[in-house]
Design a protein around this ligand. Structure first.
Ligand code: DON
Length: 567
């Protein structure tokens, strides 16, 4: 499908150098050289990659029952809502980037949370995620169920009913699933860092069981999204947020609509990258990182791993600075997205990047990054329909507010808004007016569901959790696969870096980089922090030139790639 002879010999040999150089140096946290049997799959037919075995198996069952990728996406989203209560759920929202078989270009549905209509510019100035009396103000109007209903109605195969797609998740919520390491770590960290306390009734004999969520899902299965956006459940959501100082009201829930948008698309190395547009910063930040890095590399006569990493870090920092200063919800601020990715603008930004030293920036935020929640899944079905979706309730267990008798953990996604005086959010991000809170406004996101096409055909489907680190994880997977021509497994597994302008720290995955490289980066002034918090957790599908599908669940965590239900 793709003519790899276009890659110059120099780039390819550099890729090999990088592979030997970084690949040989295993992280102490995961084995990047050996994916377990769940984390890798090949198929000529279909592929699902999610972060949880249960969610992947449910999606595969739907595909095998005659459903298409959209049916499977709906079913797996509900399943993830159950099995990843710390990461995502119907109390939150998400983005869907998808391509119908035969179409050249993907489409995009924004089902992200928005601010209640009574939110004001200064409403969140004094609110912290730990402040039980006010943290309800960080709860955005949930959007996931509306988005899923739209997807089902417009793109579902029609062979399976809405209820059939939800039934497996109802069963999962009722019977429960074993508390796995990431979930138990999330419970511990949320308790320590955000004053969260998990209701004891949710854990029985090592199983996470949420029977109230099962009842809520039953209501959604019988009455559609109206069961959540109107009536008893809506009232419980409103009551819970108000009890914690929120302003959400029933009209906010009734009036919520998911929004179709044009995906952000740009060319890269002979491919076309499609990703989330504003209000996600993905399109612009990812595009700027890749273009800035390319521009800097083109000026080099001698490429080596530390110089390349330095330039990547500087490109990231520059793009995240643009994000902080210029981006926000496009319905409220006119943002010239075309200009921000134009060659002339990239050249202007590129002139500020030095090969020899990092650009010194004042430290405006010092926040310790949080471990990753959120989730991403990728699906390709036998007809060639593709779904790439990232979904979230923001931090671990969102706001930590469980709406009474519903089993729903409510998000705290409005923490993604910026506040004046460089007050950082939970990811250390700062921002300006375009991303200040406002009524019905959507906070800026980093979620980056991505589809790469080659001549209009799917080539790569990917995304990740991780707050702002999502963009870095996706960018490096793309660079590994499309620039260095590494195979998909290595493209996902390679160690990653992250730099987001504020704080002006270069985060390296601990144990993932040789000492000489770290020394060389330090000598350029990079303030390095080797971090145990990994950069993202990619769920990816690649399409080989012979049409074979490769599924890779990132070895950083314990997801599952699969094409068939094991018999
Ligand atoms: O939309 C965003 O950028 C964030 N709310 C995503 C949150 C996330 O990935 C949490 N993980 N660290």
């Amino acid at each position: 499908m793709q003519n790899f002879s276009k890659c110059s010999l120099a780039i390819y040999s550099l890729a090999l150098t990088c592979l030997l150089f970084f690949g040989g140096c295993s992280s102490q946290f995961f084995d990047r050289n050996n994916l377990n049997s769940k984390q890798y799959a090949e198929s000529d037919i279909q592929m699902v990659v999610t972060e949880n075995k249960e969610a992947t198996d449910i999606a595969i069952d739907i595909l095998e029952a005659g459903g298409n990728a959209f049916d499977a996406a709906v079913a797996t989203s509900f399943a993830l809502s159950v099995v990843r209560p710390h990461s995502t759920g119907i109390g939150g929202g998400g983005f869907f980037l998808f391509k119908e078989s035969g179409d050249i270009n993907p489409q995009f549905l924004d089902a992200r949370e928005k601010a209640p209509r009574k939110t004001q510019k200064n409403s969140l100035d004094q609110v912290s995620i730990k402040d039980s009396a006010h943290k309800g103000a960080l709860v955005g109007v949930p959007g996931l169920t509306k988005g899923l209903e739209d997807i089902y109605k417009k793109y579902g195969s029609g062979k399976l009913s809405w209820s059939e797609l939800i039934e497996p998740s109802i069963e999962l919520a009722n019977s429960g699933f074993p508390v796995y390491p990431h979930l138990s770590e999330a419970i511990k960290l949320a308790t320590e860092k955000a004053g969260f306390s998990l209701e004891p009734k949710l854990i029985k004999k090592g199983y996470f069981i949420n029977q109230e969520l099962a009842q809520t899902l039953r209501a959604i299965s019988e009455h559609g999204s109206a069961a959540l956006h109107e009536g008893k459940i809506a009232k419980a959501i409103v009551k819970a947020t108000r009890k914690h100082g929120g302003v959400l009201d029933e009209n906010d829930l009734i009036n919520y609509r998911a929004v179709s948008r044009k995906p952000a698309s740009f060319p890269y190395k002979g491919f076309k990258i499609h990703t989330a547009p504003l209000p996600s910063s993905a399109g612009i930040v990812l595009g700027q990182i890749l273009k800035l890095r390319d521009l800097q590399l083109s000026k080099l006569s001698n490429r080596n791993p530390s110089t390349e990493l330095h330039l990547l870090a500087e490109s990231m920092s520059m793009a995240f600075k643009e994000r902080a200063l210029k981006l926000g919800d496009p319905s409220f601020t006119l943002i010239d997205q075309y200009n921000l990715l134009s060659d002339s603008h990239i050249k202007k930004l590129g002139r500020k990047i030095s090969l020899e030293e990092t650009k010194m920036e004042k430290t405006l935020s010092e926040v310790e990054p949080l471990p990753t929640s959120t989730t991403h899944f990728s699906i390709i079905d036998r007809e060639g329909n593709v779904v790439s979706s990232t979904q979230s309730i923001n931090l671990y267990f969102g706001s930590g507010i469980l709406a009474e008798s519903t089993g729903i953990f409510l998000n705290n996604t409005l923490d993604d808004f910026s506040r004046p005086k460089n007050k950082a959010n939970s990811f250390g991000l700062v921002g300006r007016n375009p991303n200040y809170p406002g009524p019905n406004k959507i906070p800026l996101s980093s979620m980056s569901p991505t589809i790469v096409t080659a001549n209009g055909d799917p080539f790569l489907v990917l995304g990740s959790p991780g707050g702002p680190r999502i963009i870095s994880a996706v960018a490096q997977t793309l660079i590994n696969r499309l620039d260095y021509n590494l195979n998909l497994k290595d493209s996902v597994a390679q160690s990653r870096i992250h730099k987001q302008w504020q704080p002006p720290t270069l985060f390296l995955e601990k144990g993932g980089f040789p000492k000489e490289v770290i020394r060389s980066l330090s000598s350029r002034g990079q303030q390095i922090k080797e971090s145990a918090y990994l950069v993202g957790n990619v769920s990816a599908i690649g399409v080989e030139s012979n049409g074979k599908l490769i599924g890779v669940a990132d070895p950083r965590r314990n997801g599952k790639a699969s094409s068939r239900r094991p018999h």
